[in-house]
Design a protein around this ligand. Structure first.
Ligand code: SF4
Length: 61
């Protein structure tokens, strides 16, 4: 199953972070004024099956 943590827009909360700090989905957007970023809390295990913005993470080794 495709899940958010396999998406390049997924940024996991640090293990040291307060429990109130959630992992986030952060997406770069561009409009006539320039670049900006949208963020929203997301669970890494959420299904990404219906997300049209899903882009697989690249495996860099
Ligand atoms: S909500 Fe969509 S864009 Fe955001 S991390 Fe999940 S699959 Fe990626």
């Amino acid at each position: 199953m495709t899940v958010c943590k396999n998406c390049k827009s997924f940024f996991a909360a640090s293990e040291d972070a307060d429990k109130e700090v959630k992992s986030e989905c952060i997406r770069e957007m561009v409009d006539h004024k320039g670049k900006f970023w949208l963020s929203q809390p997301v669970d890494g295990n959420s299904s990404a099956k219906d997300c049209k913005k899903f882009t697989p993470k690249l495996n860099v080794q």
